[in-house]
Design a binder for this molecule. Structure first.
Ligand code: DO4
Ligand code: MG
Length: 270
């Protein structure tokens, strides 16, 4: 596994691998390569050691973040319950074609320690802890990150056609802390955890595993690439298997921790 991180510097964002600067190379360059060429290209570009420059979201501004939904039974059940048109969730869970939606352009993504938000016109907002696939321009899964698909359940529940408003607003997408380059078979059983703190005390904790997902990672990737090309590579959130109980909604001041495999993404709610 190779950890790629993106940092704030005096001359703009810069990428590093395993704590050393990458000279003249960033994630977009690496995602134009085939999977089996990436590690060698990273080694060639390694430079000086990073000296404490703060982490940014591990994504370039022109990357796209897509998401899939209703890939875990828990998500299907929660949405069937919240919605007046419950049938659509049941049908998409069982259908061959998965639900895929556009979540965010890279420039809107919040990184480690950056605030996520509750929409001002929403009354019921939840975090969604998700494995995020990092996919190269050739449609090969080359690594992963941890992600939070923050969602307004009341807006989606009122009418599924409001999904883009429930899913895409300032502070609704967080990723990080890094892109871990690894073989896709290392992702099949990763543990996923969600912890929510309010006033310094944990008020919700849940866990699942990628092994609980109804669909395969290759199946989701295959559908995303069917009729769309991604010359810069693309990020794909793979759906949530953890949904807090119905009485729970995020509030300003909460702190959300998402763990996926070895990555821990902490986000205050601003
Ligand atoms: O159908 C709505 C979105 C589902 C979703 O985001 C999820 O299951 O994670
Ligand atoms: Mg989701």
């Amino acid at each position: 596994m190779i950890r790629l991180s993106r940092h704030r510097t005096g001359t703009g964002p810069r990428w590093a691998a395993e704590g050393r600067w990458l000279n003249g190379l960033d994630l977009t360059d690496l995602l134009s390569l085939r999977r089996d060429q990436i590690a060698a290209r990273v080694s060639e570009a390694l430079g000086d050691v990073v000296s404490g420059e703060p982490l940014l979201a591990p994504v370039n501004g022109d990357h796209e973040i897509w998401a899939s939904g209703v890939t875990y039974l828990r998500s299907r059940d929660a949405r069937r319950h919240e919605s007046s048109v419950a049938d659509v969730y049941e049908r998409v869970y069982d259908a061959d074609r998965p639900e895929l939606f556009f979540k965010s352009p890279g420039f809107r993504v919040r990184g480690p320690g950056e605030a996520i938000r509750v929409r001002r016109d929403a009354s019921w907002t939840v975090p969604e802890p998700e494995l995020v696939l990092v996919i190269n321009a050739h449609g090969e899964i080359v690594g992963y990150s941890a992600g939070n698909d923050v969602s307004s359940r009341d807006i989606e529940g009122e009418n599924p056609l409001y999904l883009p408003q429930a899913k895409l607003y300032d502070g609704s997408c967080a990723l990080g802390p890094w892109v871990a380059l690894c073989a896709p078979d290392k992702l099949q059983k990763l543990a996923i955890e969600l912890s929510i703190e309010r006033g310094g005390a944990e008020i919700f904790r849940g866990q699942t595993s990628v092994a609980q997902m109804k669909r395969s990672l290759e199946e989701l990737t295959g559908y995303l690439f069917r009729e769309l090309s991604f010359p810069h590579g693309v990020f794909l959130m793979t759906g949530t298997g953890i949904v807090p109980p119905d009485h729970f909604g995020l509030k300003t001041g909460d702190q959300v921790t998402v763990r996926v495999g070895t990555q821990t993404l902490v986000s205050p709610v601003g």
